[in-house]
Design a binder for this molecule. Sequence first.
Ligand SMILES: [Zn+2]
Length: 126
Amino acid sequence: MKLKKLAVTVVTAFFAYIGTEPAAETSAQTGRWVITTAYCSCTKCCGDDAIGLFASGNRVYWGGVAADWRVFPRGTRLEIEGFSLPFRVEDTGRLVKGAHVDIWMPSHRQAEEFGRQKLWATVRRL
Ligand SMILES: [Zn+2]
């Protein structure tokens, strides 16, 4: 009797293990290459209606990025190689299409110097 009970416990623990954590993590997190560019809030980058707000309505901040919401929906968290902080999709734009992430930067010069880079990103969906 004692042995049977142990076997049930082991089987239950096994299914609990395969059924929860690993599966949930792989569906919520994926790595992929993205084309990254940068922009700032100036009229050159955002046009004459530049108002210092992301499309989400939030005030611009370092860590907010623009993306194609069909690929990376608003609120998606992105960890991009070379950056210590995680980014968050806050903005979108006509010229941001597909696997392209446009990183908001506080100055136009920084955005220009960043240029265009293909970087590895870890994407965490909500
Ligand atoms: Zn600019």
